[in-house]
Design a protein around this ligand. Structure first.
Ligand SMILES: N[C@@H](CCC[C@H](N)C(=O)O)C(=O)O
Length: 264
């Protein structure tokens, strides 16, 4: 066992333990990530972030959900990593190379181009991802968008009236989504979005950066809003901009919580 340093950070309350394997090797396995994610007995986080050397970018970033599964993208953690590096930088992720700019007290990330083809989400069968002929109770005719990771989006009158704790896990594990899915429930008014997200592998979080991107893109495609659009999550606000055919810009805050050590 080796004492291993980590930094605890969050983006709008979506929280992370960030380990830096550029300093010293960090050996983690799935059960360990789950134990560390435990908010009573471990560090407690929604995602564990593992930084490493990259030969294509300033840094390589791996992302593990609280359930131990490795995933492709995490918008809020990407902002935190730029803040931790203290400069504009390019981050290599499974979702591709993401460029981040450190602004005064926020970070802007170019999250790349969204994908809409059914097999890019991925879905189990061909369908129109703009208007899916499926539904779960009041969540009808959803849309699907891939922001490196898979998202389903349902527009409702009041996202806070939806029983996310019950419907979230049901939709996350629906066989329609062979790789699971992040579940976004949103309403739109005055060119702004109110959003709650049940995250794949992490549950209901205070905020989800890729969820905000996916939902803003979905709302722009349905002509419910036009970019830039404010996305209000339980933990605060992100600003998302996108023009069809272009890449997504996500701007929002970050915060450092504390640094610590764990035996790994
Ligand atoms: N919190 C994230 C998304 C993290 C990954 C997600 N749960 C997945 O499984 O794809 C964000 O800010 O984007």
């Amino acid at each position: 066992m080796t004492a291993t340093a980590f930094t605890k950070m969050h983006g709008l309350g979506n929280d992370f333990a960030i380990f830096d394997a550029r300093v010293a090797p960090v050996h983690l396995h799935e059960a360990q990530v789950r134990a560390l994610a435990d908010r009573q007995r471990g560090i407690g986080f929604d995602q564990l972030i593992l930084l490493g050397q990259s030969d294509k970018a300033d840094v390589h970033m791996r992302i593990f959900n609280a359930n131990g599964g490795e995933v492709e993208a995490c918008g809020n953690a990407t902002r935190c990593v730029i803040a931790l590096l203290g400069k504009d930088a390019v981050i290599e992720t499974r979702a591709g190379l993401l460029k981040g700019e450190l602004l005064d007290d926020t970070v802007r990330i170019d999250m790349g181009e969204p994908r809409f083809d059914w097999d890019a989400i991925p879905l189990a069968q061909p369908m129109d991802t703009m208007d899916m002929p499926v539904g779960w109770e009041m969540l009808e005719r959803p849309m699907a968008v891939n922001i490196g990771n898979p998202h389903v989006i349902a527009f409702v009158d009041d996202p806070y009236a939806v029983d996310m704790a019950r419907l979230g896990p049901q939709i996350e594990t629906d066989p329609l989504f062979p790789e699971g899915v992040n579940v976004n429930v949103a309403s739109v008014s005055d060119n702004a979005i109110t959003l709650r997200v049940w995250e794949r592998g992490a549950g209901l979080t205070e905020a989800c950066g890729t969820g905000a991107c996916a939902t803003a893109v979905a709302a722009i495609r349905r002509k419910l809003v036009s970019g830039p659009v404010a996305v209000h999550l339980p933990g605060g606000k992100l600003t998302i901009d996108w023009q069809p055919g272009g890449t997504i810009s996500m701007t929002g805050p970050f915060a450092s919580a504390f640094t610590g050590e764990v035996e790994l």
